[in-house]
Design a protein around this ligand. Structure first.
Ligand SMILES: NC(=O)c1ccc[n+]([C@@H]2O[C@H](COP(=O)([O-])OP(=O)(O)OC[C@H]3O[C@@H](n4cnc5c(N)ncnc54)[C@H](OP(=O)(O)O)[C@@H]3O)[C@@H](O)[C@H]2O)c1
Length: 275
């Protein structure tokens, strides 16, 4: 099977999503490569994961988005590139796009999306700023003429469900209710702490209807009809019986400078990939 399978490079392989993409790629028989930053390689907190990658047959390439020549050398080894970079690095993907264009061999690029379909769904600021970067990256890919797939995962339930239950944190006896619950027009939330709230608002408060799939869009479950999805009650059982570590995701801020780590609507001191 490996002879026919696409060779896949995952960029952002140590992240919450990236490590799952790597495991899935290997399990589906694809020769799988990861780009590891030289400064990440000796990181003791990543050693277990790197050992796991090696044990399942992942090819580890060292490199950085800023080393253009090395990026091209890595790109030339594969057919497909999947980026799972965190939101504060989405704008940096133009470096990958430039290298893909120059290398000229990539059959498909999947940029770091894995959320809302950003061309169709709007969210409150400051989250809108994050979505706008994804939109810009889509346009750069299209202008470069690179074959691409945008994966709109909406909410990954396991990622978010423990934010509601968070049994691993001390119980809080204070609940904040924003406004009266009657939303009028579009408001902006303060950033960056409220990016999580803006996401949850879009999912549970903003009742604008979902969209119909377009001509070039495909429901993923049709691609993999045999895949056994995990029902939400099993996810909740797991969260209660075996709580995962809190997941921190880095977001950019709209002034373009510093990034912040946000989980459960709270600003965290450091970025960590958790789990
Ligand atoms: N739909 C949903 O429910 C949902 C939930 C979560 C995430 N997402 C989306 O999934 C995507 C991935 O998010 P995530 O939470 O998995 O990200 P994450 O855990 O924060 O992982 C970020 C990855 O980026 C790498 N990275 C960080 N700084 C870098 C740099 N300067 N140069 C190169 N690599 C760098 C990290 O590698 P190092 O080990 O080298 O630091 C890590 O592998 C994002 O697009 C996010 O929006 C969607």
């Amino acid at each position: 099977m490996a002879g026919l399978a696409s060779r896949i490079l995952v960029i952002g392989c140590t992240g919450y999503l990236g490590r799952r993409l790597v495991r899935a790629s290997i399990s589906m028989g694809h020769p799988t490569y990861v780009l590891l930053r030289p400064k990440t390689l000796p990181d003791p907190s990543k050693q277990g994961l790197i050992d796991e990658f090696e044990s399942i047959g992942v090819t580890i390439l060292q490199g950085d988005l800023n080393d253009h020549d090395n990026l091209i050398r890595c790109i030339k080894l594969v057919d497909v590139i999947i980026s799972a970079l965190s939101a504060d690095l989405h704008h940096e993907q133009h470096k990958i796009i430039r290298a893909i264009k120059e290398a000229g061999n990539i059959k498909r690029f999947l940029p770091s999306e894995f959320g809302f379909n950003v061309d169709r769904v709007t969210v409150l600021p400051p989250c809108k700023f994050v979505m706008d970067i994804k939109v810009k990256i889509r346009r750069v890919i299209e202008e470069a003429g690179i074959p691409h797939t945008y994966v709109a995962a909406n909410f990954m339930a396991e990622y978010f469900i423990d934010l509601f239950l968070h049994p691993h944190e001390q119980a809080e006896d204070e609940v904040i209710v924003y406004g009266t619950g009657k939303v009028k027009g579009e408001n902006a939330l303060n950033e960056p702490e409220n990016i999580g709230i803006a996401l949850v608002h879009r999912m549970f408060v903003d009742k604008r209807p979902s969209y119909e799939l377009g001509e070039n869009e495909l429901e993923a479950s049709e691609l993999y009809p045999d895949y056994r999805y995990t029902p939400i009650d099993l996810v909740m059982d797991k969260v209660i019986s075996d709580p995962p570590k809190i997941k921190y995701t880095s977001f950019p801020n709209s002034s373009g400078g510093h990034s912040a780590s946000v989980t459960n609507g709270k600003k965290m001191p450091d970025a960590d990939t958790g789990m």
